[in-house]
Design a protein around this ligand. Structure first.
Ligand code: ADP
Ligand code: MG
Length: 272
């Protein structure tokens, strides 16, 4: 099924979520509930352009991570659909079905705590060799060279390769998680609060790194954060989520300078 056949979801002009770049991913009328409480997500629609950094902001509990999990294929929606380059890959249906293998590489996730995704018993060199092995490389010397290059690219020292995740700083661990994601040549990285556990200086360095990766590789980001300061620095566009609803979206400068919704104004006012 192509996006053209399905048509675009209708949206009010004032909350238009259209990117200025060619569309990579489209989220249409997404809904998700857990049990009998009110829906965690209700009728959420937006799209992400190629090479775009889209910020997703909202208070804790507003449903940001749930959107990230649905896009990454880690959860399934109760309503609506998600399509990647015009092809639907997430919609309501029987549980158990997961994201197709080609999309699994194309859409990578970086979490707040890299401990959650880095095997503590493996050295960094082995962790970073995995993506190249997945892509069919088996020559030990070539693998070593690729990994060395990747680590250098992430502005990490080569001696980090023989260490274990626990022997790295938080910022270094996050760079390793980003490096592993990038090595899988993704089109989209869902970054769920990727700098929220880091100190301010390290945050700035990681944000600069993400910006450079977008510029150099054209990779898109869904950048999830409760920290509006961080979002204003990095993102091209922002969508604002309140209790599972998108209340506002637009270019970052416009949303921060002239917020249209009371909830957005309240979020901006609470920036320290
Ligand atoms: P955010 O990332 O914005 O803080 P989340 O998406 O993590 O918000 O959670 C949104 C709401 O959905 C919260 O109230 C949370 O308790 C609920 N929720 C998320 N996942 C589950 C789940 N698997 N089961 C039950 N409730 C959940
Ligand atoms: Mg979250």
């Amino acid at each position: 099924l192509g996006a053209a056949r399905l048509g675009r979801p209708q949206r009010a002009a004032s909350i238009s979520a259209e990117p200025h770049r060619p569309e990579l991913l489209s989220v249409s009328n997404l809904g998700r509930s857990f049990g009998t409480t009110r829906p965690v997500l209700d009728n959420v629609s937006f799209s992400i352009g190629k090479g775009e950094i889209l910020g997703l902001v909202g208070e804790s509990g507003s449903g940001k991570s749930t959107i990230g999990r649905l896009i990454a294929g880690l959860d399934r929606p109760d309503a609506g659909m998600i399509s990647f380059q015009g092809k639907i890959y997430a919609q309501p249906g029987p549980t158990g079905l997961r994201i197709a293998p080609d999309l699994r590489a194309a859409i990578q996730v970086v979490f707040q705590d890299p401990y959650a995704s880095l095997n503590p018993r493996r050295r960094i060199e082995a962790i970073l060799a995995d993506p190249f092995i997945i892509y069919g490389e088996s020559d030990k010397a070539v693998l070593r060279e690729r990994v060395r290059h990747l680590v250098n690219d992430m502005e990490l020292p080569a001696d980090i390769l023989q260490r274990y995740p626990s022997e790295l700083s938080g910022g270094q661990r996050q760079r390793i998680a980003i490096a592993r994601a990038i090595a899988l040549k993704p089109s989209l990285i869902v970054a769920d609060e990727p700098v929220s556990a880091l100190d301010i200086t390290t945050q700035a360095k990681i944000l600069a790194l993400l910006g450079r990766l977008r510029d150099r590789l054209g990779v898109s980001f869904l950048f999830i954060s409760h920290d509006l300061g961080v979002v204003s620095e990095l993102c091209d566009r922002v969508i604002v989520l309140e209790k599972g609803h998108i209340v506002e979206s637009g270019p970052t400068g416009r949303v921060f300078d002239r917020p249209e919704h009371a909830y957005t104004r309240q979020l901006i006012a609470s920036i320290p």
